[in-house]
Design a protein. Sequence first.
Lengths: 329, 89
Amino acid sequence: MGFSKSALNLDAAKETDRLVGFLQQNIRQNMRRGAVVGISGGIDSAVVLALAVRAFGPGRVVAVMMPDKDSDKLSETLARELAAKYGVEPLLEDITKALEGFNCYKRRDGAIKRVVPDYDPAKGYKAKIVLPQDLLDKETLNVFSVTVIRPDGSQETKPLPAREMLEIVGASNLKQRARMSTLYFHAEARQFAVIGTANKNEHDQGFFVKYGDGGVDYQPIAHLFKTQVYQLARHLGVPEGIQKRTPTTDTYSAPCDQQEFFYRLPFETMDLLGYALEHKVPVPEIAKVMGLTEAQVQRGMNDISQKIRTTQFLRLLPPIPEPPQTLAN
Amino acid sequence: MNQEIEKAIRDFIATRLLYSKEGFTYPDDASLLREGIIDSLGVVELVEFLQGHFGLKIEQQEVRPDNFDSVGKMAAFVRRKTSAAAPAS
């Protein structure tokens, strides 16, 4: 069968059953007794929670909400609705104080202030970091800018120097690592396993934090493109509000969706390009099917390839040297 | 043509981005990103280097592959910027 816009269509019922079996088998083999899932109010954790409850029943699943002071209040509202749908009583673990202990906000905001000197979160200033959004139409590079939103609604966007970019990312990643620690507390207190919520786009392109949201025991949807996660969500009856919500990073104080922060493409476009890249579909065929020019296809695929290549480090298990040569041999 | 600009860029990449003792061992037309020689952080550091070393002001919209994706392209970009900035004789 040739490449088409329906290339990613799944038999959602069949895939659900397969993933439920995947979870049951892995948990049993590793003598874990249940599942812990961090729920964010987003589509990925919603699908994972639904799968976990199907696999183990609500009594063997722990759902943890982990907001901090920057989190959108809607996230908790949707997460509670999700948990109620699947009969799980969610736990609330506010990680703000933990992050203050790590100097997360001080480090991040200090770096932003060096770039935009009037930035002052105490006065209601908000900030986010973004990538250029014209990926298909122009030759561009993945170079971050910081956008500051003032209390009066005015905005300023400035390119991020290397030092500030690294500090902002490092400080912000403390959030995902704090969440990882929290989930493992709940898992270890019960001999449960932490179930990851990364989808294929996140896993392959490195849109996760090493030992943060990437620090989990199993990754039951890391083989699914985002649009395929949505297919499962519809089959599993994930609440409408979550299905309709634009995927967000919910990491920075200013609202920031995943497209502007990292992917630079809408999911419908990116998923098909990612699929075509994996299956070595010729560029002219992709262009014809997707209604894009060949140059646009090439730009999109180059960006996906580059992200896969430059984030291999994140997916690496720690290498260990070969055994030493001993005196005996 | 004088290769001082290319040399400065090669030396910066080799010593500050690659930590290489062998110097910059790629051709000047090698695609730095596609061949995995540097990543996007390296691009940002190159922008800062060109601004500092050659006294350039680089606009965000100039940070694109045709200006930054090889030693040769960067050198050509520096030459264009410096001749544009030079006073007419």
